[in-house]
Design a protein around this ligand. Structure first.
Ligand SMILES: Cc1cc2nc3c(=O)[nH]c(=O)nc-3n(C[C@H](O)[C@H](O)[C@H](O)COP(=O)(O)OP(=O)(O)OC[C@H]3O[C@@H](n4cnc5c(N)ncnc54)[C@H](O)[C@@H]3O)c2cc1C
Length: 385
């Protein structure tokens, strides 16, 4: 049956507008110390002290219950706070994954003991989480994971390997999808999630360099790693369903269209300063602003659905697909409109940020599920497969 994607409009409440002013004032105090190169890394920029400062403002886990360190704010308020952070390229990476998906997962499926243990330090910005889904032979075909946990007395023994794990080398914990029963051919059945302390004996983390020559992601090997029974997150064998609910959070936020956003205001300034009556530039910038405005309304609409407790996987897939295409075009737009090269050493904010964004942009349509996989989800929603 044909099911159209639904994007109901959302009005920003006054509380969100007031919060926006507070976040802007906070960012104005911090942003002078960030290099354009760091700002070009957007939500991948890692700065534990900055995350602690964000935590002191109450902006990590801000929608979570107060009893676990949260602020019981609405999803819309959280959206506005994040939007402000991303618009200036704030280095939110240290708390990003825990705030976006690990914390919400623990809140939803964890035990009270796990909530008490993990959520308050996340809200203070004291700990980082990473996501252990992909494996050397299981990326898009996630259900075929081979890393295995066997039940032993008092807990589980884990063997296997995860790859492309963002910030594993800087994180205290990983939430990993692991096979606890059956074989990779069993697909979704027999998968479970574990919260793993990355300092445990038997875990080794190897950094992998990307195009920027920096190493943000890693290969993580588990060699007979013992975890106690309370490391299991949610129910044994229910990992597949849990991960898919988590992906609605991973794919739906403003981070799926704003990674390149800090380039745009600088580009507008540069075109304006050039002073000529450049009709091509005006047309291209107008197009870009229109796209941002539409993506923002769609993404905000998803925050509204999450607020109502809905799981907008389909709509999130649409925003991710359109959003990453926009992010990937942004540095190309700079190259089209501005003379000269994008380089880290140009001593010019626009060129330096563009250089960082350009070198990362091929990954935008891979991380969080590739373009083809996301389109497959949309096709399923449309009843085409
Ligand atoms: C910057 C970055 C950060 C990442 N961080 C993490 C992380 O923190 N944790 C984590 O677990 N993973 C992470 N990943 C991994 C990411 O999720 C995977 O790269 C992605 O899921 C694709 O898997 P793969 O690399 O194995 O490619 P493959 O699955 O081998 O895909 C290769 C190509 O084939 C296409 N393809 C595959 N299957 C199909 C199909 N059925 N139909 C049509 N086309 C298909 C894909 O779209 C792709 O173009 C990260 C990746 C990047 C680039």
């Amino acid at each position: 049956m044909f099911t159209p994607f639904r994007f109901d409009p959302v009005d920003l409440p006054q509380s969100a507008r007031t919060l926006r002013d507070r976040v802007r004032a906070f960012l104005a105090e911090h942003q002078a110390s960030w290099s354009p190169w760091l700002r070009g890394h957007s939500w991948n920029g890692f700065d534990r002290e900055f995350s602690r400062a964000v935590g002191r403002e109450g902006w990590i886990g801000m929608t979570w219950p107060k009893s676990f360190g949260g602020g019981e704010a609405s999803m819309i308020e959280r959206y506005v706070m994040i939007e402000e952070m991303l618009s200036v390229g704030a280095p939110v990476g240290s708390h990003w994954i825990a705030d976006r998906q690990s914390g919400p997962l623990i809140l939803r499926v964890g035990t009270d003991e796990q909530r008490k243990r993990y959520l308050p330090p996340i809200t203070r910005g004291d700990v980082s989480f990473c996501i252990g889904l992909s494996e050397p032979d299981s990326g898009s075909d996630l259900a075929s994971v081979r890393t295995r946990a066997e039940k032993v007395e008092g807990g589980w023994r884990i063997n296997g390997r995860k790859i492309w794990t963002t910030n594993a080398h800087l994180s205290e914990f990983m939430i990993a999808l692991i096979r606890t029963a059956g074989t990779p051919q069993d697909r979704q059945a027999g998968l479970s999630q574990f919260i793993i302390d990355l300092t445990l004996p038997g875990i080794s983390v190897r950094q992998i360099k990307d195009l920027t020559t920096e190493a943000h992601f890693n290969e993580v090997t588990f060699d007979d790693v013992f975890v106690t029974s309370d490391a299991l997150a949610g129910r044994e064998g229910q990992g597949w369903g849990q991960v898919n609910a988590e992906l609605a959070f991973e794919r739906s936020g403003p981070d799926r269209y704003m990674s390149a956003f800090p380039v745009l205001p600088l580009l507008v300034d540069a075109v304006r300063q050039a002073g000529s009556d450049d009709r091509l530039a005006a047309r291209r910038l107008g197009q870009a602003v229109t796209e941002v405005a539409v993506l923002r309304e769609m993404s905000l609409s998803i925050a509204g659905m999450l607020q109502k407790g809905e799981m907008p996987n389909q709509e999130a897939a649409v925003v991710k697909d359109l959003g990453v295409a926009f992010e990937q075009r942004a540095p190309e737009l700079v190259r089209e409109l501005i003379e000269g090269v994008a380089s880290r050493t140009e001593g010019d904010d626009l060129r330096e940020i563009t250089s960082a964004v350009l070198q990362q942009s091929p990954t935008f349509s891979l991380r969080g599920g590739t373009r083809e996989i996301v389109r497959g989800i949309m096709a399923r929603g449309l009843g085409l497969r």
